[in-house]
Design a protein around this ligand. Structure first.
Ligand code: SF4
Length: 124
């Protein structure tokens, strides 16, 4: 026959129940967020390109644009190499043939496909 002390040692204490509940709840929330993240992953990238094309163009007085000597027409820049434009830059995010698109250096804005800046890098 078991004593009361033996039974007590196997009984789950209320604070252990609470800790287990918190762990289970956290695990449930994590799995739910992971599932949501996985479900949204395929569409997460698409709006980025589309949204960048709709984003306002880099303004002439844009501080980053000035720092990078951005011009909307590469032929007007004395620094650009002939033939180098945003359209053939590694950092350009616009669709092929589009008049403008995003650039990794100008988040939330778009650049002209005919543009250029000193960070131009050949596509590989
Ligand atoms: Fe254009 Fe490339 Fe400069 Fe962006 S980094 S503004 S795409 S030349």
């Amino acid at each position: 026959m078991k004593s009361d002390n033996d039974l007590d040692s196997h009984r789950v204490k209320p604070e252990e129940n609470r800790v287990q509940y918190v762990i289970d709840e956290g695990r449930r929330r994590l799995l739910k967020n992971l599932a949501l993240g996985m479900a949204l992953m395929p569409i997460a990238g698409a709006p980025l390109t589309a949204a960048a094309a709709d984003a306002p163009l880099v303004a002439a007085d844009d501080p980053t644009g000035k720092a990078l000597k951005y011009v909307s027409d590469a032929s007007k820049s004395v620094d650009s190499k002939p033939g180098s434009t945003c359209a053939n830059c590694k950092l350009y995010q616009g669709a092929a043939g589009a008049a403008q698109g995003g650039c990794l250096l100008f988040p939330g804005k778009s650049v002209k496909s005919t543009g250029w800046c000193i960070s131009w890098a050949a596509q590989t």
